[in-house]
Design a protein. Structure first.
Length: 280
């Protein structure tokens, strides 16, 4: 395996500002899916805002969690948080490339009572089981009841986990394949990175990795030393080679040219041919 020399910077959270820690965390923990959450307050005023502290956590019950954190700069709370505490319902709309700039515009800190559907040019559609409307332009929307809000702190930057149970979902027909499943390519999802960066989750950005064998792959510790200590094959290459139930029989090559050929075959998803290239 190719050996690397690492220079590592170690930081204790208490030694840097919350803003600096926030930037490190968002730069490293990415890409993050975006919950485009619509909510209403007790007066019926609508709010729409994106949050990238978000994911799915359970299918039975169907639970999603997003976190409208307290603002780092002044420790104020967001209208979304205030709304779900008053009316414990929301719609989580999924952000795709076609609406990402509009979703970003909706993150503007407009005054309470200003409708971001109008400001960002979205059409509000009446939900079936909750009070907040859903975004028509979003390819997937989840109507949710809010089961709980868990405060993680009271200082700027502290998260508030909004635990949402899905009670209805809406999918545009255009994103479904012939089997009625969501097509990753058709969804054209986007995700948040650090700073102003986003990424596209489709096209050349996509790749597949075969799941580990149910019958258990041999693992690194059973790879032949001629392969394990290769100057050409990376850890990712070796992981693919180690995902076989039994090692091919033969004499294993140390030749860098054979290893380079195997590396290219692995890059093209040809595991059996890669092993053949490593055996003389």
């Amino acid at each position: 395996m190719i050996q690397h020399q690492y220079s590592i910077k170690s930081i204790s959270p208490e030694d840097i500002s919350t803003a600096e820690l926030h930037a490190y965390m968002l730069g490293a923990v990415a890409p993050r899916p975006i919950a485009f959450a619509s909510t209403v307050n007790a007066k019926g005023e609508v709010n729409l805002s994106p949050f990238s502290f978000f994911n799915v956590f359970s299918a039975n019950p169907p639970i999603m969690i997003f976190s409208p954190a307290r603002r780092v700069r002044n420790n104020t709370t967001k209208h979304t948080l205030e709304n779900v505490l008053e009316v414990p319902e929301c719609v989580i709309n999924i952000v795709t490339e076609e609406i990402v700039h509009q979703a970003s515009l909706a993150s503007t800190e407009y005054d309470q009572g200003v409708d971001e559907f109008v400001k960002a040019g979205f059409k509000a559609v009446k939900s079936e089981r909750v009070k907040p409307p859903r975004v028509l332009e979003s390819k997937v929307s989840f109507e949710c009841k809010v089961n709980d809000v868990i405060r993680l702190g009271e200082e700027g930057g502290a998260g508030n986990l909004v635990i949402c149970e899905v009670v209805k979902l809406h999918l545009h027909d255009e994103i479904l394949d012939e089997n009625g499943k969501i097509s990753t390519e058709k969804m054209k999802l986007v995700a948040r990175m650090g700073g102003d960066w986003y990424c596209k989750a489709y096209g050349d950005a996509l790749f597949t990795i075969p799941k580990p064998l149910v019958t258990k792959g041999v693992g690194f510790d059973h790879l032949p030393k001629e392969i394990l200590h290769s100057e050409v094959l990376s850890g990712n290459d070796l992981a693919q080679l180690a995902n076989v139930e039994t090692l091919p029989k033969g004499v294993y090559s140390k030749d860098v040219h054979d290893h380079a050929r195997a590396k290219q075959l692995l890059h093209n998803g040809k595991l059996t041919e890669a092993w053949n290239a490593l055996i003389r």
